[in-house]
Design a protein around this ligand. Structure first.
Ligand code: GDP
Ligand code: MN
Length: 388
């Protein structure tokens, strides 16, 4: 689950990570009141959307008077922000965060992530802060340091020294760094994060380190341990198809291709997506219906695929072990009562109760295209999407 910058900063504050003073604003009046409430002469009005690159897209406005705050809030609220992370359709701005302006001496990059390579939580730091880290990685990879943290030893003084050297911190900032890094590491682990990114982490003119931006992603599997985090979910930021799928316990991720997939097992789902690409088309989604799936959930999954305008053909690839093929067939029959099949459906249905599943579909007189194996299924689906 992704959360907004202001929510991430609220969590970081609990772990004593220095963040600028700020207030959430849902209206222009609230933004003006927030600025009046926060002392100082400079404010920053920041669009709260689940995407980075807001600064370049005009979503981060530096204001030198309350009047400018009013103008910035008025311009941003309700507008659509298109950044390099939102896709062409952009994201509507419904929330603003008004912060006290901070004077920046230097901008750094710092993130924590679950690093599969080192099988640990790793810090990633770079002196090239404030820009897209992907671009830094391409243009000057030597400016990025990955520092894996030994889970049993925790963050060590050596780890901090290595990162301080890489960042090239001045004396005051270097002295502040170990406490900051320890707070961030604790915030990351105790909040069950999958990602925590400060871009930029800044050094002020007097050598203090402040998290100027914050992006936090929480591991969905750990949400049950954080009742307060669930309230931070913002459904406006999520794909409506994914919200619908998660309501029915389906592992579904929307993609931008045109072949709708229904598969059991994450590995088989990935293989299915790969082979669709190999045959020259692209999957519209990842969907793993899982092992103990019910007729109702399968039905909802089919409805999701059938009502997706992007989907030009559906590929069902079920290798029935725990999943029973007749359940998949019943789910399809249930779905077409309200969502008639308007695109071709290709089925590879093998394993437990395979005959029953096929029989149900034949008896209902459904026009599905049968495939003997995955290779043929993908070929048929790619052809079907082309209208062949
Ligand atoms: P992003 O573009 O979505 O990553 O948004 P950020 O929160 O990182 O803001 C983008 C940029 O705005 C930062 O890299 C800073 O250069 C600038 N910025 C944000 N807050 C302040 C501030 O308080 N003072 C100054 N001078 N610049 C700021
Ligand atoms: Mn940023």
């Amino acid at each position: 689950m992704n959360i907004h910058e202001y929510q991430a900063k609220e969590i970081l504050k609990r772990f004593d990570v220095p963040v600028p003073c700020g207030r959430l604003a849902l209206s222009v009046e609230e933004a003006v009141a927030a600025a009046a409430d926060l002392s100082g002469q400079v404010w920053v009005v920041k669009a709260q959307i689940h995407a980075g690159g807001r600064g370049k897209a005009g979503g981060v406005r530096l204001c030198r008077s309350v009047e400018e705050v009013r103008e910035a809030a008025d311009g941003l609220l309700g507008s659509t922000l298109v950044t390099h992370q939102t896709g062409a359709s952009g994201k509507r701005v419904n929330r603003l965060y008004v912060e006290q302006g901070v004077s920046i001496a230097r901008e750094y990059y710092l993130s924590l992530l679950v690093d599969r390579e080192s099988e640990s939580v790793s810090f990633v730091v770079s002196p090239a802060g404030g820009m897209a880290i992907e671009e830094v990685a391409l243009a000057s990879p030597e400016k990025i340091l990955t520092c894996p943290i030994d889970g049993s030893a925790g963050l060590t003084a050596d780890d901090c020294a290595t990162m301080i050297a890489m960042l090239g911190l001045g004396e005051a900032a270097a002295a502040a760094f170990p406490a900051l890094a320890a707070s961030l590491y604790r915030a990351f682990c105790e909040s069950d994060c999958s990602l925590l990114e400060l871009n930029p982490l800044i050094e002020t003119t007097d050598g203090a380190l402040i998290a100027l931006d914050a992006k936090m992603a929480i591991d969905d599997n750990a949400l049950y341990r954080h009742a307060d985090f669930s309230a931070m979910r913002d459904l406006d930021e999520e794909d409506p198809r994914e919200i619908e799928a998660s309501a029915h316990g389906l592992n579904y991720i929307a993609l931008d291709g045109r072949i709708g997939c229904m598969v059991n097992g994450a590995g088989l789902a990935m293989a299915t997506m790969d082979i669709i690409q190999l045959k020259g088309d692209r999957p519209a989604n990842f969907l793993d219906v899982g092992g103990g799936v019910t007729v109702h959930a399968v039905c909802e999954a089919f409805k999701l695929l059938f009502s997706d305008q992007q989907v030009k053909a559906v590929l069902v690839n079920i290798f029935g072990g725990i999943v029973r093929c007749d359940i998949i067939a019943q789910g399809l029959l249930e779905a077409i009562r309200t969502h008639p099949m308007q695109v071709p459906v290709v089925m590879r249905l093998v394993g437990t109760n395979e005959e029953q599943g096929r029989r149900l579909i034949h008896e209902a007189g459904l026009d599905v295209r049968w495939a003997a194996d995955l290779d043929q299924a993908a070929e048929l689906a790619v052809a079907a999407a082309k209208g062949i």
